[in-house]
Write a protein that binds this ligand. Structure first.
Ligand code: NAD
Length: 319
């Protein structure tokens, strides 16, 4: 049975080196998964545009390597501090090196698989892929962790070699607990690229892989995001509190504590707004565009900087 590519993935040589671009919620989690599977990982983010107060006080400059690697290094430090149930092997962290996309661009040539997990914006992803293409070697796999942008749009302007070596590998949050990976080919993705990505995800990372079409939000997120939106609307319509909804939709229904609003805080409310905007932009169905409108409560939280766990506050305040 099953319609996953799983049953078709044939054993293929394990990869030993990868790079992850974007060290946020998902990039850091994916890097940890890869490292935990024995793969060496280069974790890259952007060099910061300004110094922190502390950096300025200590006389650091924007040219310092430590400053330029600050974002990825901070994600690594956070990962290293995670307690069980992180389920990571104790030594995994030593397989990850933090860097930045400007100074370490050339090092992407060492990777057998480059995973992009930067902010969910088409313009940013396109510019990242243009840079990746400039150092891409034949045979290197490239994939995006986008929640639902189209492969065709992300690879527009890239050459044929890049487009053949590229697909979406959509991991779910948190990557250490969620078994599913959606594999989404674009119009030019080579069959060998797909089968190698499926083999890595299944055989090296222990994921279950499903093949999805290049439709807005693919499969799981199309349903999941819509479910989240209807829950937000139900909360408003019935005057329920955030914790009441979580209690009702969580353990009481046999689901985890992170069923609804705690989950949105983990996802990142800014990311959710990008996802909604992208679905509306891609959809040709007016009722779908209405359904994926931005809920005012989300806009208000994001306008205040309460974008979820990663900022300390979202629907819940961290204490
Ligand atoms: P995030 O906001 O936590 O992290 C994004 C990271 O990208 C930040 O560290 C930022 O500094 C970095 N970045 C921005 N521009 C960059 C550039 N030009 N080069 C390198 N790094 C850059 O976001 P996230 O939640 O980790 O999402 C990353 C991707 O994963 C998005 O495409 C998102 O849709 C997707 N995704 C997110 C979730 C989730 O639950 N949050 C789940 C599945 C997929």
């Amino acid at each position: 049975g099953g319609n996953g590519v799983g049953e078709r993935s044939t054993p293929s040589p394990a990869i030993r080196r990868a790079a992850v671009i974007g060290s946020g919620v998902m990039g850091a989690g994916i890097a940890a998964q890869l490292a935990n599977a024995g793969i060496r990982v280069l974790l890259l983010d952007v060099p910061p545009a300004s110094l922190t107060e502390q950096e300025a006080r200590s006389g650091a400059t924007l040219q310092d390597r430590a400053v330029r690697n600050r974002l990825a290094a901070a994600s690594l430090a956070k990962l290293a501090k995670q307690e069980p149930p992180a389920l990571y092997e104790a030594s995994f962290i030593h397989r990850i090196a933090a860097g930045n996309l400007e100074d370490d661009l050339g090092r992407l040539g060492e990777a057998e698989w480059i995973v992009e997990a930067v902010v969910e914006r088409l313009d940013v992803k396109r510019s990242v892929f243009a840079r990746v293409e400039s150092v891409l070697r034949p045979g290197t796999l490239v994939s995006s962790n986008t929640s639902g942008l189209s492969v065709a749009a992300m690879t527009e302007g890239r050459g044929e070699a890049f487009r053949k070596q590229f697909a979406v590998t959509h991991f779910f949050n948190p990557p250490r607990h969620m078994k599913l990976v959606e594999l989404v080919p674009g119009p030019d993705t080579a069959a060998g690229t797909l089968s190698r990505l499926a083999a890595i995800c299944e055989q090296q990372l222990g994921k279950g892989v499903v093949l999805a079409k290049d439709t807005p939000n693919f499969i799981a997120n199309r349903i999941g995001t819509y479910g989240m939106l209807t829950t937000i609307e139900a909360m408003r319509a019935f005057g329920l509190g955030v914790d009441e909804v979580d209690a009702l939709t969580g353990p009481a229904m046999g689901r985890p504590k992170t069923a609804t609003f705690r989950m949105l805080d983990l996802v990142g409310l800014d990311t959710l707004l990008h996802v909604l905007d992208n679905v509306r932009e891609r959809s040709e169905d007016p009722s779908e565009r209405d359904a994926f409108a931005r809920p005012p409560v989300l806009e208000a939280l994001v306008a205040n900087g309460w974008i979820g766990e990663k900022a300390g506050s979202g629907f819940y305040r961290k204490i």
